[in-house]
Design a protein around this ligand. Structure first.
Ligand SMILES: N=CN[C@@H](CCC(=O)O)C(=O)O
Ligand SMILES: [Zn+2]
Length: 417
């Protein structure tokens, strides 16, 4: 076997090696650390991972590129498994309201929030949405992210706009080094037009939108904003079950602000992830652990909403719920593409250990997107998506917060930065 790229003398090689399934409890601290590590890549695949020198069966020649990892920390490419990547406009006008204490759901109820992004997304052309999202992806990549989930949900009643968002995500997946996985989220807000008859909108999502999205192959997942004043438990159940019957894997925005029973619903339906969970009940968390629903936590959103409430990460880990972490990048409740900042929040605010944090944004993030057989760890046979941090160890990356520690990103075996 011949290597096209070798990273050698790696001071701290964090492999995350192990079974391709969500890591829980103590497993979230077992990060497969190798000191003086070496990784060999052929094309877009990892062909060797070990300590010291390459074994004799891995050949090198004059074309092989060598990178020196002395003093560096190397991890799998980071996975941002919850974003609202494609949208028009921005919402910095909400800052003044937030500083005055106006709540997220009140802004939404008065026709702002998601509704204002719906308007801006409708007005934007395909090309404008593409350029804006591409710029965000470039930033994400520079921060070490190699895989991103992207939700629709800013078209809502305007199905063409929902489709436009997903088509932009598809084109970016083809054009951009980052891999993009799409989620259909028509159930993101009740359109003003259906305010007095939300059931009608639920029927349209179920009868018209889901079949078409599935037929066009535009999404892998279906998501719902299950929240007081948005979609109820019963409406969410109907939509996610309909999605399932069309092959769309269910995800849910659950108990973000009010304790509605979203975590319990996620367990009932068998959602792959339940996201947010700030207000999740003890019973809901327990049910999630029984059904192995991944808790996808988004501390950047709690930070931005200034409620002072964060998901109970310690509790979730203690009772055996697998945890992943994401930015929730969106223009309203978490306008940041910086997953490293989210990693610091998870540790400094939610008290996750650095080992749990890196597990959450690599192998557990891959599991949140059903990509664990190819991504999320540095192991032979997996995709060559890696990050070289100019940092002596993992703790340094998380503790020294708010800056970008990435030195190089390797995506599909190609050195990007
Ligand atoms: N909560 C619902 N959706 C997004 C926010 C979207 C927006 O405010 O535009 C979230 O996950 O936080
Ligand atoms: Zn979201």
């Amino acid at each position: 076997m011949k290597a096209t790229l070798v990273i050698e003398n790696i001071s701290k090689l964090i492999t995350l090696k192990g079974e391709n399934r969500p890591r829980v409890g103590q497993e979230m601290r077992e990060i497969g650390l190798i000191e003086n590590g070496i990784v060999a890549i052929d094309g877009n695949e990892i062909i060797y991972v070990g300590e010291g020198n390459l074994p004799s069966h891995i050949e090198v020649d004059n074309d092989t590129v060598f990178i020196d990892g002395t003093g560096k920390t190397v991890t799998p490419g980071l996975i941002d498994s919850h974003t609202h990547l494609v949208h028009g406009g921005s919402r910095e006008n909400e800052l003044a309201m937030k500083l005055k204490g106006v709540e997220y759901l009140d802004i939404l109820e008065k026709g702002g929030g998601i509704h204002s992004t719906v308007k801006a997304t409708k007005e934007a052309t395909f090309q404008e949405l593409y350029e804006k999202a591409k710029k965000s992806l470039d930033t994400m990549l520079s921060y070490g992210v190699t895989t991103v989930e992207a939700k629709s949900g800013y078209g809502i009643e305007d199905f063409d706009v929902e489709l436009k968002q997903m088509e932009v995500a598809k084109k970016l997946d083809e054009d951009h080094p980052i891999d993009i996985v799409s989620t259909f989220m028509g159930a993101h807000a009740i359109p003003e037009k259906y305010e007095n008859n939300p059931e009608k909108f639920v029927d349209i999502i179920i009868e018209e939108m889901i079949p078409e999205v599935s037929k066009k192959g535009l999404a892998k997942f279906c998501d719902v904003f299950c929240e007081k004043g948005v979609f109820s438990i019963e409406q969410s159940r109907k939509i996610l079950e309909a999605g399932k019957s069309y092959g769309l894997i269910p995800k849910i925005h659950a108990d973000e602000i009010k304790p509605l029973g979203g975590a319990e619903l996620a367990a009932d339906i068998g959602c792959i992830t339940a996201d947010h969970l700030v207000a999740a009940s003890e019973e809901g968390m327990k049910r999630m652990s029984e059904e192995k629903v991944i808790a996808n936590l988004l501390p950047g959103t709690s930070f931005n909403l200034q409620s002072g409430n964060f998901a109970k990460a310690r509790k979730l880990i203690e009772i055996g719920v697998p945890v992943s972490l994401s930015t929730d990048y969106n223009p309203g409740s978490c306008p940041t593409e910086n997953l490293q900042l989210i990693m610091s929040f998870a540790s400094l605010i939610m008290k996750m250990t650095p080992e749990e944090v890196i597990t959450a944004v690599t192998i557990n993030g891959a599991c949140s997107l059903g990509l664990e057989s190819k991504k999320g760890s540095i192991e032979e046979g997996k995709k060559a998506d890696l990050v070289i941090f100019d940092a002596p160890n993992l703790n340094y990356i998380i503790y020294h917060f708010g800056i970008n520690h990435v030195e190089k990103v390797i995506k599909d075996g190609i050195v990007i930065k």
